[in-house]
Design a protein around this ligand. Structure first.
Ligand SMILES: *Cc1c(COP(=O)(O)O)cnc(C)c1O
Length: 229
């Protein structure tokens, strides 16, 4: 049996466009972030060969081993929990850090970006489900976090990210996606800043997320197949 990556990829691209069009959105405003954690560089090169450039990783160590095995010019997003002692590597290897959920982490990224002479794009991760075990700032802290990060000259806040509670029925995740969009709208209104990116939706619920305004859907399993381990 051949690698199903190519048919999976073309099917997903079509499904993403269709989901956008169905709710009257321009399909070009929704991008597929290929969540490549635990996927070999060899398979990522197949995806690269199909023209894909946007990848998401959740471990700095794994990413820095893999990224040099691909051509330059890709866009790499960090989507995992980030410890402040990994901030320097994250700034070195990633174009966007989607999981900024506390001022302390943002301050460290800002400091490292400044030292590297870079500006780092970030998303603020919001714990829309209010789950104790999950990362992300509390919705009621979003405003405060945004103001603090927005004042850091080396960080450019592009929008919000969320990992809502898992629901067997994708439709049940809709209120969480809507919540993230509403928080984004409130932040925009209060600050006058533009926060275009909403990173939300994974393999089993990305269509609902797109209907609620996702601009980045983070897809692993539906693209690469089940992860080992
Ligand atoms: C693993 C992961 C994904 C992808 O999940 P799938 O269900 O495999 O599509 C998306 N977002 C984050 C933050 C992840 O860690």
């Amino acid at each position: 049996m051949g690698d199903p990556l190519e048919p999976n990829y073309s099917r997903l691209c079509a499904e993403i466009r269709e989901a956008a069009e169905k709710t009257g959105r321009n399909p070009d405003t929704v991008r597929l972030l290929a969540v490549s954690k635990k996927v070999s560089a060899e398979r990522l090169r197949i995806l690269w060969g199909l023209g894909h450039r946007l990848f998401g990783e959740n471990r700095v160590q794994e990413a820095r081993a893999k990224i040099p095995d691909l051509p330059t010019g890709g866009e790499w997003h960090f989507i995992g929990g980030l410890q402040t002692n990994k901030a320097r590597d994250a700034v070195e290897w990633f174009d966007v850090v989607e999981s900024v959920d506390r001022v302390e982490l943002a301050a460290e990224l800002h400091k490292r970006a400044e030292a590297a002479g870079k500006t780092l794009a970030v998303l603020l991760e919001i714990n829309v489900g209010g789950e104790a075990a999950k990362s992300g700032a509390k919705p009621e802290e979003a405003q405060q976090l945004f103001q603090a990060v927005n004042a850091m000259s080396r960080l450019e806040v592009r929008g919000l990210m969320a990992i809502p509670p898992f629901r067997e029925e994708p439709e049940e995740a809709r209120p969480f996606f809507r919540r993230l969009r509403e928080i984004r709208n409130q932040l925009e209104q209060a600050s006058g800043a533009g926060l275009p990116e909403l990173s939300m939706g994974m393999s089993h619920d990305f269509k609902v997320a797109i209907a609620e305004g996702a601009t980045l859907v983070r897809i692993g399993t539906a693209l690469f197949g089940p992860r080992a381990g």
